[in-house]
Design a protein. Structure first.
Lengths: 142, 308
C-alpha cells in the first residue's frame, strides 16, 4: 500500500476546470508550471482529459449552467481522485455573493478536499496548498 | 522456456521497459532544461505507470469492450516482440533469419494500428478525430521510412537481413559514413519522429487542441499500457536505426561506451527536434513527409544504387 500511495502522491495529474472564473486564477495556475515555480519537479502535469486526471482543479464561481457539466466531469474522472477549489469565487463567490447566476458554491456540488483562498491566490499559495494536501493524504492512509 | 525468458525478461519486456523509462525521463529532463526548468525526478515514469495501474478503469458506455481493452495490450505485445527481435540480432547475428528486416518493419506498424483501433473503438468524436489523424500520419511516415530502410539493404548487396547488414557494416564501416547512408539517415530520423508521435507530428494526441486525442477515453491500466508502449518505442526505434545505419552495438571495453553514446545521441536529437518545433497541422505533416522527406529518401536510394 505504501508504494502505491507513494506513486499516487508523486504523480498528480491535474485537470483544470474553469466554472465561470475571470481567468485570473487560471493564469496563476499556469504560472505554477512556468520555469520560476516548475511543478513538474514533483511530477505534477496538466492533462487534457478528466479521465487521465487525479486532481480536479476548480476555479470560478460555479454558474447555474455549469453545475451539471461540472458534475459530469467529476463523474468521468477516474477514482481515486481529489478536488481542489481555487480562488475566492470558488470558495464563497467573493464579490458575486447573492448573484442569481451562481446559487451554489463548489463544495455544495463536489466533495472538495482542499480550499485555496485568494483573489487570485499566488502560485506560492497554490503550491503550499498542494504540499499540505499530499501530506494529509499520506498520513490518512498509512 | 528460453524464448519466453528472452521475450519477457532480457532483451524483451523488462529490459526494454527499464531502458525506455530512463529514456523517457531523459526526454522530460532535457525538455525541462531546454525550457529552463528543473524537471521531474529520475523515477517519475515509474511513478506515473504505477499510479495509472492502481487507478480505476472507466469504460465508456456502448463501446466495444474487448477491442477497447485489447488494443493497448496488442500494441504492447508487438513492441516487445520487435525489441526482442532487434536485440537478439544485435547481440548475436546468428539468430538473424532471411527477411527479418521486413518482419520488423511490418511489426513496427502495429503499435500505431493499435492506437487507431483503440481510438475508434472508444466511441468519442475527439478520439475518432485523433485516430483519423494517426491513420493519415501512418500513411505519410511509412513511405519515407521504408525507402530509407532500403538503403542499407541495397548497400549490403540486396540482403534483407538485419544480421547480414550488421556483418556488412562490421567489415566496410557504418552505412552512415556513405553519402546515401547519410541522406537516408536524415529521412529516417524525420520519419522516426512521426512514428514516435513526438512534437512536430503529435497531432493525433494534441493535448491543447483535441484534449489527448486518441487517448481521451482511456484511464487507469489501459492508459498505462499505452504510455508504456510509447516509452518502449522510444527505445526500440532508435535502436533499429542504430542497427541499420550506425553499425549496431558492441560490448567490449570502449565499444560499450560508444554503443551507449550512439543511442543517447539519437535520443537527444529526437528530443531537440521535439523541443524546437511547433506542432504541424495534419495536412502540413503529410505534405512534409511525402514531399521533402520522401525526396531525400528517393535521392538516397538512387545514390545507393549508383554505389556511393
Amino acid at each position: 500500500m505504501g508504494f502505491k500511495l507513494n506513486a499516487l502522491t508523486r504523480s498528480l495529474w491535474v485537470y483544470h476546470l474553469s466554472t465561470g472564473s475571470c481567468n485570473n486564477c487560471d493564469i496563476e495556475i499556469l504560472d505554477c508550471l512556468t520555469p520560476r515555480y516548475d511543478l513538474e519537479r514533483f511530477g505534477i502535469t496538466l492533462v487534457g482529459s478528466p479521465k487521465h486526471a487525479d486532481v480536479l482543479l476548480v476555479t470560478g464561481n460555479m454558474t447555474l449552467k455549469n453545475i451539471p457539466r461540472v458534475q459530469k466531469v467529476y463523474e468521468s474522472m477516474a477514482k481515486p481522485g481529489v478536488v481542489i477549489a481555487i480562488g475566492t469565487c470558488a470558495l464563497g463567490h467573493g464579490i458575486f455573493k447573492g448573484s442569481y447566476t451562481c446559487p451554489q458554491c463548489v463544495d455544495e456540488v463536489l466533495p472538495v478536499n482542499l480550499y485555496i483562498p485568494g483573489c487570485p491566490p499566488k502560485p506560492e499559495a497554490i503550491m503550499a496548498g498542494v504540499v499540505k494536501l499530499v501530506k494529509h493524504l499520506r498520513e490518512k492512509k498509512t | 522456456m528460453d524464448a519466453l525468458f528472452s521475450y519477457l525478461v532480457f532483451p524483451g519486456f523488462l529490459f526494454t521497459a527499464g531502458i525506455g523509462c530512463i529514456a523517457s525521463w531523459l526526454d522530460r529532463k532535457v525538455t525541462a532544461r531546454v525550457q529552463w526548468r528543473v524537471g521531474p525526478p529520475f523515477f517519475q515514469p515509474v511513478f506515473d505507470l504505477v499510479k495509472l495501474m492502481v487507478k480505476e478503469t472507466v469504460i465508456p458506455r456502448g463501446c466495444a469492450k474487448g477491442v477497447f481493452l485489447g488494443a493497448p495490450l496488442f500494441g504492447l505485445a508487438t513492441v516487445t516482440l520487435v525489441s526482442t527481435l532487434i536485440w537478439k540480432i544485435l547481440l548475436d547475428a546468428e539468430t538473424a533469419f532471411a527477411g527479418d528486416l521486413i518482419v520488423i518493419l511490418y511489426l513496427l506498424m502495429i503499435p500505431g494500428l493499435s492506437v487507431i483501433v483503440g481510438g475508434f473503438s472508444s466511441r468519442n468524436p475527439i478520439a475518432s478525430l485523433g485516430a483519423s489523424r494517426e491513420m493519415k500520419l501512418m500513411l505519410a511516415d511509412e513511405l519515407p521510412f521504408i525507402l530509407a530502410a532500403s538503403v542499407p539493404i541495397i548497400q549490403a548487396k540486396g540482403s534483407i537481413s538485419l544480421g547480414f547488414i550488421l556483418g556488412y557494416q562490421e567489415t566496410y564501416g557504418m552505412i552512415l559514413g556513405t553519402w546515401s547512408g547519410a541522406l537516408a539517415f536524415i529521412a529516417a530520423i524525420l520519419a522516426m519522429q512521426a512514428k514516435l508521435a513526438l512534437v512536430p507530428f503529435d497531432m493525433a494526441e494534441a493535448e491543447t487542441e483535441i484534449m489527448g486525442g486518441v487517448m481521451v477515453e482511456y484511464s487507469g491500466p489501459p492508459l498505462a499500457v499505452f504510455k508504456l508502449t510509447r516509452i518502449m518505442m522510444l527505445f526500440t526505434l532508435p535502436m533499429l536505426l542504430v542497427a541499420l545505419f550506425m553499425g549496431g552495438v558492441r560490448f567490449d571495453g570502449l565499444g560499450a561506451l560508444w554503443s551507449v553514446l550512439k543511442y543517447i545521441l539519437l535520443l537527444v536529437l529526437v528530443i531537440l527536434i521535439r523541443n524546437t518545433n511547433p506542432r504541424l497541422r495534419i495536412d502540413q505533416a503529410m505534405r512534409f513527409l511525402w514531399g521533402p522527406v520522401t525526396w531525400i529518401a528517393v535521392l538516397a536510394v538512387v545514390v545507393a544504387i549508383l554505389g556511393h
